[in-house]
Design a protein around this ligand. Structure first.
Ligand code: PMP
Length: 395
């Protein structure tokens, strides 16, 4: 046997299979829309982050095509060397205006924002305090930093204050990090509570608005806007890959913060800038949100309709406050079976189980978008009800 057989990986895969954790990727044929063809089957799509239906929107497509004609398909280099396109500058200026913050820097992904910003923000001798349910990219971003790290219990301000009381004095700077909207439960961070404690204990604040950008606040300006906390959060992260429909991420904050990231944030220094097509499409998306709040209003109308209908049936939908709607099943195997049966009956949802969520809290996560029609939502709920009864999840 040779090391090149990669037997050690085959063994690990076997382990994943035995634990029921082995993943295969379903194939979406055609655009990611409210109803689409997945693995050859036409289904109502309740699984995408395409909150506003922008991923296949004619205005974004037109902008992307025009950018390809004008700029070509690639930025050509990392931005500090030669890949800083006028389109990047235009997008950043527009996003800063939209977010009502001094400045913005755009990254190649939301993941890269967290990987590149946290390590640039804090040093040895500093402390990061992170909500225990923060996203994997925040966890990885923290790992890349030389600062000490600790967690506080999910959205628990008493526990956050306990940590601050016990440890604040030991460190130079302290950075408190939270998701704006928690992606597995759909609850909103207690940002006012975090900001108040940060002010009391002289700490910096960092919010990852991946699931709040385009969703919460006026026309989707995010959690800072939702809670009227402009000027009080130091690092505001957003994705351009979910509600904005394309790909990428951004950090909004003070000009000095953005200037520092331009000098020290490694994904910006060592990875090529966003493509012209993506950048132009996002500019169009931001313009659409600045023109009208109809997109976010439709998203919330649809989410309310779905939650109301589902709630009446007796499913446990946890404590979601956003369009992310979990149906909590509990048992992991039953969660998988529920999701599979939904797919067979024409509804695609993602099964989410341990280790993404705690053991015994398996769920299918339903993502409602502005692009769903009332008829599609009603049909989806009917199918969920039928399958739920068949599997004994509801009566
Ligand atoms: N942060 C959070 C909270 C997320 O949910 C995600 C996406 N799953 C990301 C960051 C990463 O964003 P992107 O997909 O743009 O890399």
């Amino acid at each position: 046997m040779s090391i090149h057989d990669m037997q050690y990986l085959a063994d690990k895969i076997e382990g994943l299979k035995q634990d029921g954790l082995y993943k295969t990727f379903k194939v979406v044929e055609g655009p990611n829309e409210a109803e689409c063809v997945i693995d050859g089957k036409k289904v109502i799509n309740l699984s995408s982050n395409n909150y506003l239906g922008f991923a296949n929107h004619p205005r974004l497509k037109k902008a992307a095509i025009a950018a390809i004609e004008k700029y070509g398909v690639g930025a050509g280099a990392v931005r500090p060397i030669n890949g800083n396109l006028s389109l990047h500058e235009e997008l950043e200026k527009l996003l800063a205006e939209f977010k009502e913050e001094e400045a913005v820097i755009v990254y190649q992904s939301g993941f890269n924002c967290n990987a590149g910003t946290i390590q640039a923000a804090v040093d040895e001798g500093d402390l990061i305090i992170s909500d225990e349910l923060n996203h994997a990219s925040i966890i990885d971003g923290c790992r890349l930093s030389k600062a000490k790290k600790t967690v506080f219990k999910h959205s628990d301000m008493k526990d956050l204050e306990r940590v601050l009381k016990e440890r604040r004095a030991e460190f130079n700077k302290v950075l408190i990090i939270t998701d704006g909207v928690f992606s597995m439960d759909g609850d909103i961070a207690n940002l006012p509570g975090i900001v108040a404690l940060a002010e009391k204990y002289d700490c910096m604040t960092y919010v990852d608005d991946a699931h709040a950008s385009g969703v919460l606040g006026r026309s989707g300006r995010g959690t800072v806007d939702h809670f009227h906390l402009h000027g009080k959060v130091d690092f505001i992260i957003g994705t351009l890959s979910k509600a904005m429909g394309v790909i990428g991420g951004y950090v909004a904050g003070k000009q000095v913060t953005i200037d520092w990231l331009k000098n020290r944030s490694r994904p910006l220094l060592f990875s090529t800038g966003n493509t012209p097509a993506d950048t132009a499409a996002i500019i169009e998306a931001v313009k659409m949100l600045m023109e009208s709040d109809a997109y976010t209003n439709k998203l919330w109308d649809n989410a309310r309709l779905f939650k109301e209908k589902l709630g009446k049936l007796g499913f446990n939908t946890g404590h979601s406050e956003t369009p992310i709607t979990p149906i909590i099943i509990g048992d992991e195997a039953k969660t998988g079976a529920f999701s599979e049966a939904l797919f067979e009956n024409g509804v695609f949802t993602s099964p989410i189980v341990f280790p993404t969520v705690p053991k015994g809290t398996g769920r299918v996560r339903c993502m409602i978008t502005a692009a769903h029609t009332e008829e599609q939502i009603e049909r989806a709920v009917d199918i969920i009800a039928k399958v739920g009864r068949e599997l004994g999840i509801i009566e």
